[in-house]
Design a protein around this ligand. Structure first.
Ligand code: NAP
Length: 334
């Protein structure tokens, strides 16, 4: 079969012939029709610090068609359209993943491939209202946003929510979930057009985090936030602590803007803020994510669909931060 393999000398992605995976008793063999990009793959391409010599096939997001099932598989039939939960081996503790935890795509072979064979535990039927491309956009960013907003952000229906860097894939899922739950949501972005598009999707307003006075501008629009969803960290995080209401929760899952300097301890303890790190989600949260997407008929925001042959260009676009939503890869064109 063909797969997009990471060349560990050039850190470019190359189409190569590799062995088709074997199908174990509890496995589902899926023909991948569409995959999607995530920022953690971009970190791998930029940071160039992998130690492994073996073929690495990245890709955490994928949707496709069941091609074959192992003899122990009960819930899936050949020809059904499915998505994959990329959060592998979470473990027994709902509060945090265990030591065997990994994200699909390294070391376990990922979705940038014609076929993947994976335990049926991680396979879910595609939400009926979504296309195969929309479905591929859902798993990693949707799961991360679900846990960040509902589990770690402890969202309640009358909460005011702030989501930073709204062009990001996970940020836009958080926006959809909060709006579908009746929240008043504000956003930040580096780009006025992205703020306008978020308002079209239902956000109340937004500010440009590149403006020096962005925090004051936001304070002029709204009286503090109960839940803040951040994937950037960096200097702006200090302002998020100031923007949080007493008792507020800040759910942080990314490092796009780097380390966080100079937070005032007094702000944290006097307002009794909860700063909650969060990563991906557990099996139960993935089921709830699929349920929410289906019951509220939420459509993932897709920035663009690239041919599999152009995947390096797709990552370059993500590196320039130009996207609004998920970048999807058409794997039929591999
Ligand atoms: N821990 C986890 O489970 C988990 C899961 C998913 C993602 N992540 C991490 O979360 C981050 C986003 O991932 P993604 O896949 O959603 O990435 P993405 O689609 O590439 O989005 C990145 C977004 O970050 C925003 N951004 C950049 N600099 C910023 C700043 N200084 N302040 C606020 N926002 C800023 C930009 O928003 P604008 O374009 O609107 O300016 C950009 O669109 C990455 O660091 C990624 O590694 C972690």
């Amino acid at each position: 079969m063909k797969a997009i393999v990471l060349n560990q000398k050039t850190y470019q992605l190359e189409v190569q012939e590799v062995d088709k995976p074997t199908v174990l008793k509890s496995d589902v063999l899926i023909k991948i029709k569409a995959a999607a990009l995530n920022h953690h793959e971009l970190w791998t391409l930029l940071e160039k610090n992998l130690k492994s010599e073996s073929n690495i096939i990245m890709g955490s997001d994928g949707a496709g068609v069941v091609e074959q099932v192992g003899e122990g598989v009960k819930d899936f039939k050949i020809g059904e359209e499915v998505i994959i939960n990329p959060s592998l081996n979470w473990g027994l503790n709902n509060r945090v993943h265990g030591q065997k935890y990994e994200i699909l795509g390294s070391p376990t072979q990922g979705t940038f491939s014609q076929y993947i064979s994976i335990s049926e535990q991680y396979v879910h039927h595609k939400p009926a209202h979504l296309s195969i491309h929309q479905s591929a956009a859902l798993p990693l960013a949707g799961l991360t946003a679900y846990r960040a907003l509902f589990t770690r952000g402890e969202f309640e229906p009358d909460n005011k929510v702030l989501i930073t860097g709204i062009g990001g894939g996970a940020a836009l899922f958080a926006l959809s979930f909060a709006i579908a739950s009746g929240a008043e949501v504000y956003v930040t972005s580096s780009n006025g057009n992205k703020i306008s598009r978020a308002i079209e999707l239902g956000a109340k307003g937004g500010v440009n985090y590149k403006d020096n006075n962005w925090r004051t501008e936001l304070e002029g629009k709204v009286d503090g936030f109960d839940v803040i969803i951040d994937s950037a960290g960096g200097e702006g995080f200090v302002e998020l602590c100031e923007l949080a209401n007493p008792g507020g929760r800040i759910a942080l899952f990314g490092r796009t803007a780097g380390n966080i300097p100079n937070i005032s301890p007094k702000t944290i303890f006097w307002k009794q803020l909860s700063i909650h790190g969060t990563t991906m989600g557990n099996d139960n949260e993935f089921k709830k994510l699929v349920g929410l997407i289906s019951s509220k008929r939420i459509n993932p925001v897709i920035d663009a669909v690239y041919s599999a042959k152009d995947i390096n260009e797709a990552f370059e676009k993500m590196n320039r931060g130009e996207q609004f939503g998920k970048i999807v890869i058409n794997m039929d064109e591999l």
